[in-house]
Design a protein around this ligand. Structure first.
Ligand SMILES: Cc1cc2nc3c(=O)[nH]c(=O)nc-3n(C[C@H](O)[C@H](O)[C@H](O)COP(=O)(O)OP(=O)(O)OC[C@H]3O[C@@H](n4cnc5c(N)ncnc54)[C@H](O)[C@@H]3O)c2cc1C
Length: 435
């Protein structure tokens, strides 16, 4: 029976290298240039980051989410989870390791659905780390319900003409191309009537109305664009996947993305717990260390158990993906980690931040970004409620209503049944007949 939670020593050595590389080589970038990982690499910074990427490639760790045919290692989701756990919480690490969102998901769908020409033109530069990409699906009036989207693409000769508005399109600012979801047949359902298009970012008619920032970011720092597509023309061959396959393509993309976010979140949780424990052992008040106070111990214990439970759920889901290679089959598992992630993250980061007192809420500790990650994660790739609905619906599929008025576990008839069975069996034993 295979039931093993260990990491083989060879891969553990890789993980150890990644840990040290992140702490020694990438941390300076996170501390000095936290906002820059999604901007084109320029000057001395570009020289430094490219040298880091070369080391990652030499170590065989570049683009670990991809199979060997696309320049990755084909590690699978479980190993990727262990890698992402280390990269999580570092702004620059995904860029340095070639696993930054939304490029990872975009690369996956182009690899999966793209033609040879599309792969050469859009996928290859992405995999080489030469450009950024953007995924443009959410609309200003509708996010959680794609059925409400209105952006449309109409065929005109050899071209598609795209018209509509999209909200929160991450990295539009620096992207070389955008993947846009639009209706191509409004006479059918959203599941069959939408398609995906590859649109170079400099195509006439693309108007970025503004770059939306998050929380306290300055107006000019926002990375999530409100985009108007004003009759944007692309050649017919820019359709990604078949006509009407848009919803399907989006599901493929989001399935993987949700797991990757969960893996990175485990890294953030671990960091918050580490900080909490160090502080508890360092700070003394009211005659003893914080670590000796029972309420603090309770917080540490709760945080540890929540983290380990969530981590196991993520690793098990990653393992299942490796076994079945089918995101649809695993939608319950993926939705479960998606909705658990922000709540566990919020609990652990909150306790850690709180234990640091005034220092915790100051801008001299890294809590504010960790803390903002939680509410963002409860929205990005679909809000918590929608994923809970998915889990509940999938779980309920395994059940039937009780056959009569009373539940099948209703005790009076169960006891009656037990009494009858026991009486018969004991009687049989007494007479020597087979029970
Ligand atoms: C950091 C970040 C990056 C993003 N990047 C991208 C991107 O690159 N490309 C892109 O296309 N989109 C992107 N998005 C948008 C994201 O996908 C949407 O925000 C998300 O799908 C939710 O849509 P909405 O914001 O319109 O919320 P709404 O659909 O308006 O939902 C708002 C709230 O209503 C409630 N709600 C919604 N549905 C239900 C329900 N069925 N039952 C009960 N309550 C419900 C929930 O409380 C929910 O939080 C990003 C979002 C964030 C935060």
């Amino acid at each position: 029976m295979a039931w093993d939670f260990s990491t083989d020593p060879e891969f553990e050595a890789q993980l150890e290298w990644i840990r040290e590389f992140r702490n020694e080589q990438i941390a300076p970038l996170d501390l000095l240039y936290p906002k820059l990982p999604y901007y084109p690499l320029e000057g001395d910074l570009g020289v430094y980051v490219r040298s880091l990427r070369e080391q990652v490639k030499a170590r065989g760790l570049w683009a670990a989410h991809l199979g060997p045919e696309l320049g990755g290692q084909g590690f699978g989701q479980l190993k990727l989870a262990l890698i992402n756990e280390i990269l999580g919480g570092s702004n620059w690490a995904p860029n340095v390791f070639g696993t930054a969102a939304p490029d990872t998901g975009n690369a996956e769908i182009i690899a999966h659905y793209g033609t040879d020409e599309q792969k050469e033109m859009y996928l290859q530069p992405l995999l080489n780390g030469e450009c950024f990409s953007c995924f443009s699906m959410t609309e200003p009036h509708a996010g959680s319900d794609p059925k409400m989207f209105t952006t449309e693409a109409v065929k005109d000769g050899d071209e598609w003409v795209i018209t509509g508005s999209k909200y929160y399109s991450s990295n539009a600012r620096t992207s070389k191309f955008v993947i846009v979801m639009a209706w191509t047949n409004k006479d059918t359902s959203a599941y069959q009537g939408m398609s995906m298009f590859l649109v170079p970012s400099d195509t006439p008619g693309i108007e970025i109305e503004r770059h939306i920032g998050m929380f306290s970011e300055h107006e000019d720092e926002g990375m999530h664009a409100l985009i108007n597509y004003n009759g944007v023309r692309v050649p017919a061959e820019n359709l990604l996947g078949g006509e009407g396959q848009g919803f399907h393509v989006a599901q493929t993309r989001l399935g993987g993305g949700r797991v990757h976010h969960a893996m990175r979140s485990v890294g953030v949780m671990r960091r918050a717990l580490d900080m909490m424990c160090e502080r508890a052992l360092s700070r003394e008040t009211q005659g003893s260390l914080l670590a000796d106070k029972q309420m603090v111990q309770s917080d540490i214990a709760e945080s540890y158990a929540q983290l380990e439970m969530f981590r196991l759920l993520v690793l098990q889901t990653a393992w299942k993906i490796d076994q079945h290679h089918d995101y649809k089959l695993l939608r319950k598992d993926i939705a479960a980690i998606k909705f658990m992630m922000p709540s566990v993250l919020k609990d652990i980061v909150w306790r850690s931040m709180h234990l640091h007192g005034a220092l915790g809420v100051s801008n001299e500790m890294p809590f504010s970004e960790m803390w903002q990650w939680a509410p963002s994660m409860s929205i990005v790739d679909g809000p918590t409620e929608v994923h809970k609905i998915t889990v509940a619906q999938q779980v309920l599929k395994g059940y039937k209503p009780s056959p009569g008025l009373w539940p099948t576990e209703f005790l009076p008839p169960r006891r009656e049944w037990a009494r009858k069975v026991l009486d018969e069996r004991i009687a049989a034993l007494k007479t020597g007949a087979p029970a």
